[in-house]
Structures are given as structure tokens and as C-alpha cells.
Design a protein around this ligand. Structure first.
Ligand SMILES: [Cu+2]
Length: 158
């Protein structure tokens, strides 16, 4: 009985999430094609260390890579609050943020996201397949609005 209620609630939340994302440009899956794809650890060509703080800042907030590169982001949470590193298009991050405000306890287990507890370090390995700008942000309620965001500039490879 209890489990039934739980699964109904989970189903409703999923339906809500997908309904909300359907308005975006996702072509199925989680819609990360626009920013690249999950990277393979053996192909990492660059490691980028990023610090997350309670000042609601990523440091550095600007990263430059080349198209095709697989990057290992080592993301340290030096604050007292939980933070996350979430790679996406500006549009998808905004849509996701609206969802996070409604469901602040949403847990993430996606290859483009590292949720990091205070004092801990997380990791995202990502391959950037398209030239342009890929955004990243912390979507915990209030953090994104406070300016906890950054960008990866993906330069066309020579
Ligand atoms: Cu944060």
C-alpha cells in the first residue's frame, strides 16, 4: 500500500519532468546531444579543477577546450552547502532549474551532473563534440539565481 503510493508519486513526478522537458528541444534521452556526450575515462585529454563555494561561485567560471576533447572535471565543494556541477545548454539548465525549485530534493544520477556534498569532490567526464558554448550551473534553489554558473568555450579543432 505504502509502496503503491510511493510509486504513483514517483510516476507523477516523472510524468511531470518529461512533460516539462517536452517543450524543449530534446530528441529523446536526456537531451545532452547539443552539448556533447558522456566521456570515456581512457580518452581524457585534459583535467580541469573547479571549485564550488558558498559565495555561489564556480572558480574558474570560464573554461576553454577544443572540439572533440574529453575533459575530466574534478569538482570540489569547499562550502558548507551542497552544490552541483551541471553541464547543459543555457535553455536546458533554466528549464531544469524551474523543476528543481519545485522538487528541491531531486537527486541526480546523470553523466553530465556531479552533485557534491560539502567537503567532497565529484567528477564529470565529458566529450565536447560541437564548437560553441556549453554552460554549467549549480541548480540548487537560489544558487543559480545568485550567479552560480559558468561556461565552457568549445573551440573548433584545427
Ligand atoms: Cu550551489
Amino acid at each position: 500500500m505504502n509502496n503503491t503510493i510511493k510509486s504513483i508519486a514517483a510516476g507523477a513526478m516523472l510524468a511531470y519532468a518529461f512533460g516539462s522537458f517536452a517543450a524543449g528541444s530534446h530528441g529523446g534521452g536526456h537531451g545532452t546531444e547539443a552539448i556533447g556526450k558522456p566521456g570515456v575515462a581512457a580518452k581524457v585529454s585534459r583535467t580541469v579543477q573547479i571549485d564550488m563555494s558558498d559565495a555561489m561561485r564556480f572558480s574558474p567560471a570560464k573554461v576553454t577546450v577544443r572540439r572533440g576533447e574529453t575533459v575530466r572535471f574534478v569538482v570540489k565543494n569547499s562550502g558548507q552547502l551542497k552544490h552541483e556541477f551541471n553541464l547543459g545548454t543555457e535553455k536546458d539548465l533554466k528549464a531544469h532549474y524551474d523543476l528543481m525549485k519545485k522538487f528541491p530534493e531531486m537527486e541526480h544520477d546523470e553523466p553530465n551532473i556531479a552533485s557534491v556534498a560539502p567537503g567532497q569532490t565529484g567528477e564529470v567526464i565529458w566529450q565536447f563534440t560541437k564548437a560553441g558554448t556549453v554552460s554549467f550551473a549549480c541548480l540548487h534553489p537560489g544558487h543559480y539565481e545568485a550567479g552560480m554558473k559558468g561556461a565552457v568555450k568549445v573551440e573548433a579543432s584545427k
